[in-house]
Design a protein around this ligand. Structure first.
Ligand code: G6P
Length: 518
């Protein structure tokens, strides 16, 4: 029986008419996205009301416009405490409720299975393995068993949603390395594209995973495996070649294994340009006034912003160390520069995340003790979920945005900041270890591990002329607009169509790696 309580939710994404440049007239009967994180969860508050919460995730930012444009289906884990109360008898609902655009289908897992699959193999194993951040991956046989079970459970849900169609299935990220092979045998008429949002490491590193062969075998059930950068593709091909008895064709960027060919391509993920959040955000001056009022910042203070999940890959502690150094070498900035760091709590039950939190909280306290006073603390740490309206207000209010990832597949915060700055003001300070640095050459690049260098780059950002801000921002805005999420989706869908309709490899020289952005 359908149960649809009314969520108290202001839908910012309500839109009319045609709003995309996605060419979806390419005849897919059904498009199904399989991604662990749901774009919306339902949360019951203390007063018993149910509210919809948007997930803070780069993956959601990139994928949702595509699923909307295709009127597709998103299969995800039901992580909200009231999700079960809001679905039809097949575990799904149309979203956003105010203006339904696509179907969201939840899958629920027993606690022990979720622990092993999500916290264990995916986030204590594959996540640190693929990011070069010196956190030792943990591999447990029981976790891998749960990962297998969960992948099978999600693949079964995709099978149900596919009904008897020949769908295009877009499998997202490291949570579902085994699902492509399962889907291929469950729905032989499907076209399966796997997109790996995080980096792919060197072969030697990847082989630390005791189930590296299983992971590769699972992914090679896809017709296409996509990565963020050409370097990830090379690492993947090297890993396959040195691990499996597969044929690797470097010219065609194709792997043949168990009688099936898989294309390997780079598709740098983008954001929705001029998205509804940008349109709904007041002008920079108003944003600045509101942020200063809310955070009780003194008038005339310079503001930096960082928006991250609280994760050791994001380099938040290193950012705080750079700010400390900045204030040591530029005393004139004491009391005149505030860095607002949003750190959305994430994977809190894992020891590495708790240790990261303890370290960065201690660093922030030290820096604030050293350089703060009653009126102004240099670091404002906001450990909470922030809705897009709050995030975009901070982007518009800030003199600079600091993305300090120690390693990152792409990092869409960098691109969102550029989207938000239609006034062509503000400076993006960007880690060279984020995939986004390959597209945003006009950012101020930093090595986040080099604290002195980072402090100097921050100082440079704070004294950059308006003319230079504007010319750099213009270049970055051109890149982010050109290579937006629809560009990304169109490359994926076109390539999937080519593979599907002709059953052959993509023409050499027409790879997304070579259609690389500016
Ligand atoms: C980041 C990564 C994505 C990943 C997501 C998972 O956004 O860039 O590749 O899928 O984290 O986060 P979650 O909170 O869902 O574990």
């Amino acid at each position: 029986m359908p149960r649809q309580p009314e969520p108290c939710y202001q839908d910012l994404r309500t839109r009319e008419g045609s709003r995309t440049s996605l060419d979806i007239s390419n005849g897919w009967e059904r498009v199904i996205v399989l991604a662990n994180r749901a774009p919306f969860t339902h949360e019951r508050t203390r007063d018993g009301r149910v509210g919809l919460k948007r997930s803070a995730s780069g993956l959601v930012t990139a994928l949702e416009p595509l699923v909307e444009a295709c009127s597709g289906i998103w299969v995800a884990h039901g992580a909200g405490n009231a999700d079960t109360a809001c679905v039809d008898d097949r575990g799904g609902l149309e979203v956003p409720p105010a203006n339904p655009q696509y179907r969201l289908r939840y899958v629920w897992l027993p606690d022990h299975e979720h622990r092993g699959y999500y916290y264990g193999f995916a986030n204590e194993g594959l996540w640190p393995l693929c990011h070069a951040v010196h956190v030792q991956p943990v591999f447990r046989s029981t976790d891998f068993r749960m990962y297998q079970l969960a992948n099978a459970r999600f693949a079964a849900a995709v099978g149900e949603e596919a009904a008897s169609t020949s769908p295009l299935i877009l499998v997202q990220d490291y949570h579902f390395a085994l699902a492509p092979r399962m889907l291929r045998s469950r729905i032989p008429s499907s076209t399966v594209v796997a997109f790996w949002h995080i980096p792919w490491p060197y072969p030697r590193v990847f082989k630390v995973c005791p189930w590296s062969e299983d992971v590769l075998d699972g992914l090679l059930g896809s017709d296409i495996v996509g990565f963020q950068t050409p370097e990830d593709c090379v690492n993947f091909l090297d890993t396959v070649e040195s691990t499996l008895p597969a044929h690797v064709d470097r010219q065609q960027s194709m792997v043949t294994f168990r009688g099936h060919s898989t294309q390997v391509r780079a598709y740098p993920v983008g954001v929705e340009w001029a998205n509804p959040f940008v349109r709904a955000t007041p002008a920079a001056k108003a944003c600045r006034a509101r942020v200063c009022r809310d955070l009780q910042l003194p008038a005339g203070v310079r503001v930096g912003v960082g928006i991250d999940r609280l994760d050791y890959t994001k380099g938040i502690n290193e950012k705080f160390l750079a700010i400390e150094r900045l204030l040591e070498i530029h005393p004139a900035l004491r009391g005149r520069f505030v860095f607002v760091q949003v750190a959305e709590p994430s994977r809190e039950c894992l020891p590495a995340y708790r240790a990261t939190r303890a370290t960065l909280v201690a660093t922030a306290e030290r820096v604030n003790r050293r350089f703060g006073n009653d009126i102004c603390r240099p670091i404002v740490l906001r450990e909470a979920h922030h809705e897009p309206a709050d995030v975009y207000r901070l982007y518009r209010a800030a003199d600079l945005c600091y993305v300090g990832s120690l390693h990152d597949g792409m990092n869409l915060v960098a691109k969102e900041y550029v989207c938000a700055r239609d006034d062509e003001r503000g400076v993006l300070v960007l880690s060279r270890f984020a995939g986004a640095a390959q597209q945003l050459g006009a950012a101020l690049e930093v090595n986040p591990y080099a604290i002195d260098e980072s402090a100097n780059v921050l100082a440079r950002a704070l004294c950059m002329s308006e003319a230079e801000q504007s010319s750099r921002m213009r270049l970055m805005r051109h890149a982010v607009e050109t290579f937006d999420t629809y560009w990304w989706a169109n490359q994926l869908l076109d390539d999937a169509l080519a593979v599907n309709s002709e059953g052959h490899t993509l023409a050499h020289g027409d790879t997304s790696a070579e259609r690389k952005s500016a």
